[in-house]
Each structure stands twice: as C-alpha cells, then as structure tokens.
Design a protein around this ligand. Structure first.
Ligand code: F3S
Length: 387
C-alpha cells in the first residue's frame, strides 16, 4: 500500500462524508477492533497492518483492540515465530493510535461508554454488551469496517443506527429455572439459533434480573449463533419498558438448552489421554469474576485439574495488587492476560478442555478441533477440588 495512495483514498472518503455528499454515515466516538490474533489473520493480516501503520494514517477516535493469542509475559509458552508476529501486529496497531487494551471486555476499563453513545465496535460479545446492558449503539462491525471507522470517525448509518433499527422482532420466553452461568450461555446460544438475524426480546421467569457474569455468558453465546447486535432483556436493557413486545413468540425450555449442550459438549473426557484444563474467561473475566472464583475456592486446598483464567491487563493488574494472583496460583489456577482463550499453546495440542463458556466451547471445538466438555464452574470445583 503506497503511502500517498491510502492517505489520499481515506481523505477523499472523509471529505465526501463531511461535505454531505454521503449522507448515510454516522459519527462515532470510539472504535473497538477484532481480528488482531495472529492465529486468525496470519501473515497476510500482519503485512496489511504493517503497511497501514507505515502509510501515515492514524486513528481519529479512541480505539481499543481485542486480545491476541499470546500472553506477552509468557514468551516461553508459545512458538517464538507466533509470539514475534503477534508482537508486530500489536506494534502496528499502537503506531496507528490504538490503546493496547488486548481485551474483549473494553467496556470495563479501557473504552468505557455510556447510554446513547454511538460507537463502531467489532467483537460480538462486546457489541451485545454495549447495546443490551449499557444502552449504547453499535452494529456488529466487521474487523475491516471497525478499522475504517477508527480512521474516519464515522460508520455506515445502517442497521441499529437507523430510526427504529433497534426494534425487537421476536419474543423469547424462558419460564424454567436457570441455575448458573452455563445455563445462561446455553440459553443465549439456543436463542441465536432460532432468531437468526432478527432482534430478540427476552422475558425470563419472575422478571429476574441476572447478575452481570451471567448476562455476559448469555450475550456472548447469543453473538456466536445469532446475527443481531442487541437483545432487549426485560428488566435490564435501558429503555426496555417503552419497547412494545413483539407479537411472534418462541417459548424455550430446558430441552432446548440440553440440545445445545449435546451439540457442543462431549459426554465425558478420558482423563488418561493427555492433559485436561478448565478454561474460563470467555469473555474476559472482570475483577468481580476473579473475586468470585477466589470465593468459590475458599474451602478448596488445591484443584486436581488446572483452571486457566483469561482476563484483561487492566483487571489483572488490579487483582495482582490485591494479592489474588498468588492466592489462585497456590490452588492450581493460572491467570492469562493479553490473549483470547484461543491461546497459542492450545492450537495443535491434545489438551482436553472443560469450560463454562459456550462461546469458548464452540471455537475450541470447531477451530482448534479440541475435545470439549461444558460444565459450570461450581460443578467443576465440586468434582476437582481437593480439601
Ligand atoms: Fe474474548 Fe476470545 Fe472469547 S475474544 S469472547 S476470549 S473467543
């Protein structure tokens, strides 16, 4: 990409947006980029980003980035070429002006947004959280459209940015009990399968207001199987009370949740074949979730199987200061930052995975071809905790 050419092209687009020749654009105040893991974008993506960073173009709005595939403090765990190439990707993005957030939960610390704020975010779990919990507005941007928005400060005025573009089209009712984070994840995935690209409205039994960790699982797994950028959750989503419920209704039951479990989870793992780990933190754990994990392990001296927790740099440094990293290590829990659960050392390994995240199970099974079992954290601790 020649320096003058890319700058000229973007300048021309920006001029035509600002002079009103292209009316169908919306000004955004922040961008969040996905597609930055070397394991996803490979050499072609790396080259593209390095060229872009040399072109002289810079981001015009606050821009955060998704996790990559390595923890930059754990170099020995990864193939050195992958480690180096991931470092070059991040270096290019920083040169373009990105915040080195390396997380799929930018809304917690690095890119905090408010109700009605218009943004251009990729990473489906963050998009669904931004719209459904915070009341901000973003479409489910792709990696390249979010990158263009970061440079231009505008996104296409389509989808959720249109008048009534956030209107729910399908009512979901779930009238049974949801016991834990895994149940919420299974429900989200089942909803996505039925909704397709239609925007859902969710009504839960007794109008319960689930805690944020449960909502994160619901939204992330919905974003894995469905196409809509928002779920209107009764009692939760800002402005839900003025939204008319859709007429078309789908009632989901425990059978639908069990069906998803059968699709993504092996019946059982053979503990004789290679290492097994429990993976959690998809989406990245918040400080609160790490504290909850510590509490769940209060009565456990040590775990017989390792837990791998994925989190953001920002959350890691806070729990490190509180001494929780060391406490967890003593119990056989490792914390990783900077990386997605699609971690470098898992690819091509024969590690068997137990996870409480439906989204993690989907990708580890389908992209990394790992054997995966879905279990809630509580269920795992009960069977693998040594008192
Ligand atoms: Fe985050 Fe990777 Fe899961 S980006 S949501 S940890 S698949």
């Amino acid at each position: 990409m020649g320096e003058s050419l890319s700058k000229k092209v973007f300048k021309k687009i920006l001029d035509s947006i600002q002079t009103g020749k292209r009316k169908k654009y919306v000004k955004v105040s922040s961008a969040h980029l996905s597609g930055i893991s070397y394991l996803n974008i490979g050499d072609a993506g790396l080259e593209f980003l390095e060229d872009l960073s040399r072109s002289g173009l810079r981001f015009n709005v606050k821009t955060t980035i998704n996790p990559g595939c390595v923890d930059f403090d754990l170099q020995r765990e990864c193939d050195s070429e992958i480690f180096d190439k991931q470092r070059r990707i991040v270096k290019s993005l920083k040169a373009l002006g990105a915040v080195e957030s390396l997380t799929c939960t930018p809304y917690l610390f690095d890119n905090v947004i408010k109700k009605n704020q218009k943004v251009a975010w990729a990473e489906s779990s963050a998009v669904l959280y931004a719209n459904s919990i915070l009341g901000a507005r973003t479409n489910k941007e792709g990696s390249l459209t979010a990158l263009s928005s970061a440079i231009l400060g505008y996104t296409a005025g389509i989808g959720i940015h249109l008048k009534r573009g956030d209107k729910p089209e399908l009512l979901f009712e779930y009238l049974e009990k949801l016991d834990n984070e895994l149940d919420y994840g299974l429900l989200g995935y089942a909803m996505g399968l039925k909704a397709g690209v239609r925007i859902p409205y969710l009504s839960l039994k007794g109008n319960v207001k689930p805690c944020l960790p449960y909502l994160k699982q619901l939204l992330a797994s919905f974003g894995t199987s469905g196409g809509a950028p928002i779920i209107w959750i009764e009692g939760v989503t800002p402005g839900f009370s003025r939204i008319p419920k859709p007429k078309e209704k789908v009632v989901l039951s425990r059978d639908d949740l069990e069906e998803v479990k059968r699709m993504l989870s092996e019946e059982n793992l053979s503990f004789k074949n290679g290492k097994t780990v429990f993976i959690t933190g998809c989406p990245h754990y918040s400080v609160e979730e790490i504290e909850n994990l510590c509490n769940a392990l209060n009565n456990v001296r040590r775990l017989s199987t390792e837990i791998w927790v994925f989190t953001s740099r920002a959350a890691y440094s806070r729990v490190f200061e509180k001494g929780l990293v060391k406490t967890l290590e003593r119990k056989n829990v490792r914390l990783f930052k900077d990386s997605c659960v699609m971690y470098c050392s898992l690819r091509g390994s024969n590690i068997q995975v137990i996870t409480n995240s439906v989204k993690a199970a989907y990708y580890l099974k389908n992209s990394f071809r790992l054997r995966t079992v879905l279990k809630s954290l509580g269920e795992f601790v009960e069977t693998h905790g040594v008192e």
